[in-house]
Design a protein around this ligand. Structure first.
Ligand code: DGL
Length: 265
């Protein structure tokens, strides 16, 4: 089926998921929406996050997508059940795939989760982990400064290391062996985070698992694209194209084409 896969995030973070989806499903058309005018979501109320997420879903449906990937932990934590209730189309969130991978990875049964305040307060990861293994202890830490650092493109800057240290140094004492990067922006800060946590802690970036889930759902529905042809990948943002383009280039290592600003979602 030629219809595109729809992916949204509050900003640039969801590109970490796009990258893995493209790697696994190189012929699929994709429409990405980054709500850059309203990022960050993680410090907003549940109602606002649900409202924005529903609007983003409607925007993607306007592009005739065949599946929607909520490439945002904050939206997945708070809005996924509501979106699933309102729309028949398959909807994939990022919490369950990340939780699953962490459960497989931990040996000492102590998992850490870092995310936005909204994600951490929702308890979504704990719930998913407990569904898989009740004996695992989950420790959470909100890192609200990480998202603006990524959106500014300062991922390799000194400030990224300082902020990571401030949030994670005390958190290290919990003795976790696995840390879920519970925000799609955070894989871009992997080196700073790993540096503070040390080599003994496995970082979980759910993007690969999410891509596998997308493939699984498409195969199940009979929605995989059969044509082995170069796909169309379109990007939409709600704020300046240039800012998104610059930051995307920094971490993807290539210039994104087909970026358009949409007036209002
Ligand atoms: N990338 C997002 C997440 O996974 C959003 C962060 C935000 O907008 O605060 O949570």
């Amino acid at each position: 089926m030629d219809r595109p896969i729809g992916i949204f995030d509050s900003g640039i973070g969801g590109l970490t998921v796009v990258k893995e989806v493209v790697r696994l499903l190189p012929f699929e058309n994709i429409v990405y929406f980054g709500d850059t005018a309203r990022v960050p979501y993680g410090i907003k109320s549940k109602d606002t996050i649900i409202k924005f997420s529903l609007e983003n879903t409607l925007f993607l449906l306007g592009h005739d997508v065949k599946v929607i990937v909520i490439a945002c932990n904050t939206s997945s934590s708070l809005a996924l059940p509501v979106i699933r209730k309102h729309f028949k189309i398959p909807i994939i969130g990022v919490i369950m795939p990340g939780a699953k991978e962490a459960v497989y990875a931990t040996k000492n049964k102590k998992i850490g989760v870092i995310g936005t305040r909204a994600t951490v307060n929702s308890g979504a990861y704990e719930q998913e982990v407990k569904k898989l293994d009740r004996g695992i202890k989950v420790y959470s830490q909100a890192c609200p400064m990480f998202v603006p650092i990524v959106e500014e493109g300062w991922t390799q800057d000194d400030i990224a290391y300082k902020v990571a240290k401030k949030y994670l140094e005390p958190f290290k004492k919990k003795g976790i062996d696995t840390l879920v990067l519970g925000c799609t922006h955070y894989p871009l800060l992997k080196s700073a985070i790993q540096n503070v946590m040390g080599p003994g802690v496995t970082l979980i970036d759910s993007a690969q698992q999410v891509a596998l889930e997308v493939k699984h759902v498409l195969a199940q529905e009979g929605y995989l694209r059969k044509k082995r042809m170069k796909p169309a990948i379109e990007y939409f943002v709600s704020d300046e194209v240039a800012i998104f383009k610059n930051v995307a280039k920094k971490f993807l290592g290539k210039e994104l084409k087909n970026i358009q600003k949409v007036p209002n979602v």
